[in-house]
Design a protein around this ligand. Structure first.
Ligand SMILES: [Zn+2]
Length: 122
């Protein structure tokens, strides 16, 4: 696996997207997965703060994949991933993104955290 430190160039929007996904995945993971949870091991420097979240192995792989794809995306001026012609997400990944965003979005609404709502992934 390529070291993420070799690709530290994420735009502000990409960092924001990934931070939201990391937050939402941690909400989802703590509600669904009882396994021992650990922080992400390989983060680019400008996403180092994400180490505060803990995930099970499955969710760690999922999130690491999402970060990795974003770091390697060939499009400089990215359309919303929904309209992207590259389709970098492998089968199953997008479904989990949807599942995670839907569940955690509703959980945050119930807790009155509308400020954390997303409007750019889907
Ligand atoms: Zn999990």
């Amino acid at each position: 696996m390529t070291s993420l430190q070799d690709h530290p160039t994420l735009t502000r929007k990409e960092r924001k997207d990934l931070k939201i996904l990391a937050l939402f995945t941690s909400v989802y993971c703590s509600a669904h997965h009882a396994a021992v949870r650990e922080p992400l091991s390989s983060l680019p420097p400008n996403l180092a703060k994400l180490q505060r979240y803990r995930y099970c192995t499955e969710c760690r792989d999922f999130l690491q994949y999402a970060i990795d794809r974003r770091l390697k995306c060939p499009l400089t001026d990215k359309p919303s991933c929904k309209h992207c012609h590259v389709h970098c997400y492998h089968p199953g990944h997008r479904e989990k993104v949807r599942q995670v965003m839907r569940f955690s979005g509703q959980a945050l609404i119930r807790r009155g955290r509308l400020d954390l709502l997303w409007h750019y992934l889907f």
